[in-house]
Design a protein around this ligand. Structure first.
Ligand code: GUN
Length: 284
C-alpha cells in the first residue's frame, strides 16, 4: 500500500480564503505586530514569510526588527505599548529569544486577548480546560488539515511524539478536546515503537530526522510529520529538508504529510486565522 499524501497547500488555501472573508467583514483590517530580536537566519525568514502572507490575506502587518542587545525591559516596554494600542489586534514575539531575555517574562507580558501564538498561560489553561481561546498555530493548523482531508479524530487512538510547548503539548490537548484517546510519548519513553504502533493517528514533533521507521507504524495509520530538519547533502550535494518520519513509512501508512509542504504551510495560515479571531473578539 502507498499512503495518500496530505499536502498542506490546499488546506492552507482553504483556511486563508476563510481568513480573507472574515477579515473583510470587520470594520478595519486586523493588524498583526511581530517582534524579533537579532538576526538568526531562520527567524528572519519565518517572520518575513508571516509578514508577506499576512498582507496577501488582506491583514495589516508590522515587524519590529530589534537589535540582539535589546534589553528585557525595553522589550517589555514595547509589549506594554502594543497591549495598550487598540489598533493592534495580534502580537507575536518570535522565538527563540537571546539568552539575556526571559522567554517566560515576555510571553506572560502579552495581553492574552492579543496572544496570537496561544502561548500565554491563560490561553494554555483555557485549552486544557476545553474552553474557547487562541490556540497555538501549528497544532490548530494540524487539526484544520485533518478536517480538510476528512480524516477522523473522534475516538481515534492518537499518539503524539514530542512534548514541546509549541507543538506536542498543545496538540495533545486539542486532540483530547476532539475526543481522541491521546498518548504523549517523548525521549524518555521506553520501547517507543510499541507505543507508536498503537496509533491510528501518529503525530511526530521531535526534531530528529527519520526517527519513525516503517516498523513503528500501524498499517493504514494517518501520520502527521511536524519535523523540519536540515540535513547536509551527501558527497558534496545540496543540504535538504527532511522530516521526523522516514519516507519509507508511506508504504505502511494510510495517509501522510510530506516534508516540506505538509504541516509547514498550515502554521502561517493559522496565525492569520488567530489574528482575525483576536480582532473579532476585541470588536465584540
Ligand atoms: N519559533 C518557532 N516557532 C514559533 C512559533 O510558532 N511562534 C513564535 N513566536 N516563535 C516561533
Amino acid at each position: 500500500m502507498t499512503a495518500r499524501l496530505l499536502p498542506g497547500a490546499p488546506a492552507a488555501a482553504a483556511l486563508l480564503a476563510d481568513v480573507a472573508a472574515r477579515a473583510a467583514r470587520l470594520p478595519a483590517p486586523p493588524r498583526l505586530v511581530m517582534v524579533r530580536l537579532g538576526d538568526d537566519p531562520a527567524s528572519v525568514s519565518y517572520v518575513r514569510g508571516k509578514d508577506r502572507q499576512a498582507r496577501a490575506a488582506g491583514l495589516e502587518s508590522t515587524v519590529h526588527a530589534l537589535p540582539e542587545a535589546t534589553t528585557q525591559a525595553e522589550l517589555l516596554a514595547l509589549i506594554a505599548g502594543l497591549n495598550a494600542d487598540p489598533a493592534v489586534n495580534g502580537i507575536l514575539v518570535q522565538l527563540p529569544l537571546p539568552a539575556h531575555v526571559s522567554e517566560q517574562a515576555v510571553l506572560h507580558a502579552i495581553d492574552p486577548r492579543k496572544d496570537v501564538d496561544g502561548f500565554h498561560p491563560v490561553n494554555v489553561g483555557e485549552l486544557w480546560a476545553g474552553r474557547p481561546a487562541l490556540r497555538p498555530c501549528t497544532p490548530a493548523g494540524i487539526l484544520f488539515l485533518l478536517d480538510h482531508y476528512g480524516l477522523p479524530v473522534v475516538g481515534q487512538r492518537a499518539v503524539v511524539v514530542g512534548r514541546s510547548h509549541i507543538v506536542g503539548r498543545p496538540l495533545a490537548g486539542l486532540l483530547l478536546n476532539r475526543d481522541a484517546t491521546v498518548t504523549v510519548a517523548h525521549s524518555r519513553t521506553p520501547d517507543l515503537a510499541a507505543v507508536t504502533r498503537e496509533a491510528d493517528l501518529l503525530c511526530v514533533a521531535v526534531g530528529q530526522p527519520h526517527l519513525i521507521t516503517p516498523g513503528m507504524v500501524k498499517a493504514g495509520a494517518t501520520v502527521i510529520d511536524v519535523g523540519i530538519n536540515r540535513v547536509p547533502g551527501q558527497d558534496g550535494g545540496k543540504a535538504h529538508l527532511t522530516g521526523d518520519v522516514d519516507p519509507a513509512v508511506a508504504e505502511v501508512a494510510g495517509a501522510i504529510t510530506p516534508v516540506p509542504g505538509g504541516v509547514g504551510p498550515m502554521t502561517i495560515a493559522q496565525l492569520l486565522a488567530n489574528t482575525v479571531t483576536a480582532a473579532e473578539m476585541q470588536a465584540g
